[in-house]
Design a protein around this ligand. Structure first.
Ligand SMILES: [Zn+2]
Length: 217
C-alpha cells in the first residue's frame, strides 16, 4: 500500500490521541479501537482517526486498488472511499474529485486537497480500515515510490528528539532501509503517544515537523 499523497509532504496531525484536537470523543466511543481506548491520556484529548497530510502538489492518491465511491457530508466534506477485500481507505476534505466511481488502481489520482467539511486549513485526511477495524495507517503504508531514504545520522537525530534516547543498531538498520515516510510516520505517532513528556522535554511537534519536512525536499 502506498501513501495517499505524493512527496514532498508534511504530516500535520498524526493518528491517535491528540492534545486539544477539536473532535473530542469519549474513550468508550466504539470508533476508537479497543487497543487504543485504554491509552486515553486524559481530558482535552481527542482521537484522530487517521493521518493528516499536506502534500506540495495537492493531489489525493489511491493507496491501493479497489472499488471507489464518493460523497459529501458536513464533517468530512468531499470524501472518497476505496474498498478491496481487505482494505478500506477513506480520504476526506477534498476540494474536487478527479474520479467519482468505478474501479481505481493504486497510485491513481482521486482528487485535489481542500478544506471542505469541518477541516481547518487545506489538508488530506487518510483513514484506514483493515478487515473492518480502524487502524493506524502508518503501520500499513509502505510507500515504494518514495525514493528519499534517511541516513544513519537522520535516524539518530529523530530518535534522540522524539524518544530522548539513541536508536539501537536494529532501529538504524530498519529505518535506513526504508523511505523517509516510514520514519516520519513513526516519529509523529511516537510524539502523539508521549505528548506531555515531549513538551516537558522541550520538544515540540512543530520542531520535528520542520526537521522532517526540510529533509523531504
Ligand atoms: Zn484528519
Amino acid at each position: 500500500m502506498r501513501l495517499p499523497v505524493n512527496s514532498p509532504y508534511q504530516i500535520t496531525t498524526p493518528y491517535g490521541w491528540v492534545k486539544d484536537y477539536p473532535l473530542h470523543r469519549d474513550p468508550n466511543d466504539p470508533i476508537i479501537p479497543a487497543s487504543e481506548r485504554a491509552k486515553y491520556p486524559g481530558a482535552g484529548y481527542g482521537f484522530h482517526t487517521g493521518i493528516d497530510y499536506v502534500p506540495a502538489d495537492g493531489k489525493t492518491i489511491a493507496t491501493h486498488s479497489g472499488s471507489l465511491s464518493t460523497g459529501n457530508d458536513a464533517i468530512n466534506g468531499n470524501y472518497s472511499i476505496v474498498n478491496d477485500s481487505k482494505f478500506r481507505t477513506y480520504i476526506a476534505h477534498q476540494s474536487i474529485f478527479s474520479v467519482r466511481s468505478g474501479t481505481v488502481e493504486e497510485g491513481q489520482q482521486l482528487g485535489v486537497m481542500g478544506e471542505t467539511g469541518a477541516a481547518k486549513g487545506a489538508h488530506v485526511h487518510h483513514s484506514l480500515r483493515v478487515d473492518g477495524a480502524l487502524v493506524n495507517p502508518a503501520l500499513y503504508v509502505n510507500n515504494e515510490s518514495e525514493e528519499i531514504m534517511p541516513t544513519e545520522q537522520d535516524v539518530k537525530y529523530v530518535f534522540q528528539v522524539v524518544t530522548g534516547s539513541a536508536p539501537t543498531a536494529q532501529n538504524i538498520a530498519f529505518y535506513t532501509a526504508r523511505p523517509w515516510s516510514r520514519l516520519n510516520s513513526w516519529a509523529m505517532t511516537k510524539l502523539a503517544q508521549n505528548y506531555e513528556a515531549q513538551l516537558a522535554a522541550g520538544t515540540t511537534k512543530d520542531s520535528v515537523i520542520k526537521y522532517l519536512s526540510e529533509h523531504l525536499t
